[in-house]
Ligand binder design. Sequence first.
Ligand SMILES: C[S@@+](CC[C@H](N)C(=O)[O-])C[C@H]1O[C@@H](n2cnc3c(N)ncnc32)[C@H](O)[C@@H]1O
Length: 275
Amino acid sequence: MVPRFLRPVTHLAPHWVRRAALGALEDIKSLPARAMDAERRAEPWSVLHHVGHGGYLATGRYLAGLLETYAGFDGTQNVLDIGCGTGRAAAGLDARLAAGGGHYLGFDVSASAIGYCRRRFAGEPHLSFAHLDIRHEDYNPRGSQEELQAVFPCADEDFDIALAASVFTHLTMPAVRRYLAETAMALVPGGRFVFTAFALEPGRDSSPKFPFQPFDETSMTVDPQAPLGAIGHRRAGLEAAIREAGFASFAFHRGAWAPGADYAGGQDLYVAVRA
Ligand SMILES: C[S@@+](CC[C@H](N)C(=O)[O-])C[C@H]1O[C@@H](n2cnc3c(N)ncnc32)[C@H](O)[C@@H]1O
């Protein structure tokens, strides 16, 4: 997210330039840690593809932990990573999948992120990556397909677990509905979908760090001039969409982006179980 004081300047640039500039800023901030710590030196540069704050491997371990805690991941399951970015979750899941015999597929709209994943995880047959050329104003502005027509690059009922970490925070509500339906199709019956979102509720629809403003009747954004930089959706609408997509039940956990957190993550967390 662009700091408020920089927005008058950054709004002159196309969205993807703004995102790359934010990535470059992250890279500069990471230099002291990279100098001291070999683990941090092994991280991709954020200017290539900016997926947010947090160390690459540390976030990977955190995401793997989420799947262990909320989806029973033990290395034997097949895992679909929607909007995998530069493969932080793949890095966290890698060793357990190699030992357990499970398979992982990550896909993303960013060709450079998928190129990076393929290079980083070359020689790991249990990890595969696919590029989906869907248009996104920040991440893939020249994409050839619309998100509302997105078809996931996998067969039906191929996966036990799906993950979308910090992806629905960059999609409009109609796109979220499409992605929920595609995810339900990709999961086996009883499969679990772990995803994060900003689930806006009366009295919890803004915070000092995420000062959401009206966007449309279903959603709010931090920055109306770059609405997909950080977008939240009304909790009631999200939960109706989860049920309509074919999930039988779900659990909800509030993240620390606003007061009232009841788990360790920043964004709100859903764990939906495919009917
Ligand atoms: C904040 S990053 C999170 C990346 C990754 N999940 C992680 O936690 O490291 C959001 C990711 O969603 C991807 N993305 C955006 N729109 C998408 C879409 N319609 N389909 C798939 N991925 C998308 C972006 O390219 C980006 O990699």
